[in-house]
Design a protein around this ligand. Structure first.
Ligand SMILES: [Zn+2]
Length: 243
């Protein structure tokens, strides 16, 4: 079957003498990998240099017996020049590629995640509040991929929670003061940090980026989200340590 879709480049590597294998996150089919035959011998064969985080229109032959397909066309649509010039922005762009690559199984379509990535990259080009964008992305990607932390109520007894509470990495959510927990993998989290996470989950990207986050809340979100992701993905996102 021939598929035509928009696609964000996650990563590429050289394959055999003249080809490349590229992994994209596509609008229609989620994470897709394919061979680009002859691209290193004749770069003009494709209308794109297939650089990381660029948006491309791709056409590929979908093989039913393999998850490695044959890409016949790749045309550049958006390149994000500013993200290539500034070091921190470049790291923040690469961070979400690695995160989506780790969190999403191959060929699982997820239009919300595709649109989130495009929104994030566009905002990152013009915004200087990089940490806030990263946190908003982390919260939304956890929600859209089905890994969201349980932050509406106590993960053990289901009671509504008010004030400062514990966040358990292992249980993946908040634990109220009356529920016993022997574990050590929890942190104390403020009401403000929880409210910010709930706000970001329930609002559009354009509204989330206008949200004001105090330094202390940003610090809390950074700690909770980074540790939660490491705990549940069972790996550290390499680009994350430079953020
Ligand atoms: Zn409880």
């Amino acid at each position: 079957m021939i598929i035509s879709t928009d696609a964000i480049v996650l990563r590429t590597f050289d394959y055999r003498e003249t080809s490349k294998i590229a992994t994209f996150f596509t609008l229609e089919k989620g994470k897709v990998s394919g061979v680009m035959k002859g691209i290193r011998k004749d770069p003009r064969k494709f209308g794109s240099s297939v650089d990381r985080f660029s948006v491309n229109g791709i056409v590929y032959y979908e093989y039913s017996h393999s998850t490695l397909h044959l890409i016949s066309q790749c045309d550049l649509k958006q390149y994000f020049f500013k993200l290539r010039e500034e070091y921190r922005k470049n790291v923040a762009a690469n961070y979400i590629l690695e995160l989506v690559d780790s969190i999403m199984a191959p060929e699982l379509p997820n239009q919300q995640i595709y649109e989130l990535m495009v929104d994030y990259l566009n905002t990152l080009e013009v915004s200087s509040d990089i940490d806030k964008l990263v946190h908003a992305f982390q919260i939304k990607v956890l929600l859209y991929s089905g890994f969201r932390p349980h932050i509406d109520s106590c993960v053990k007894c289901g009671k509504k929670i008010d004030g400062r509470v514990r966040f358990s990495m292992r249980l993946g959510g908040l634990v109220c003061p009356t529920c016993p927990t022997r574990e050590t993998s929890f942190v104390v989290v403020s009401k403000g940090a929880i409210a910010s996470m709930l706000y970001i989950e329930s609002h559009k990207w354009s509204e989330c980026i206008k949200l004001k986050l105090h330094k202390e809340i940003q610090q809390e979100l950074k700690f909770i989200l980074n540790n939660f992701l490491v705990y549940h993905l069972e790996k550290r996102i390499k680009a994350g340590k430079y953020l």
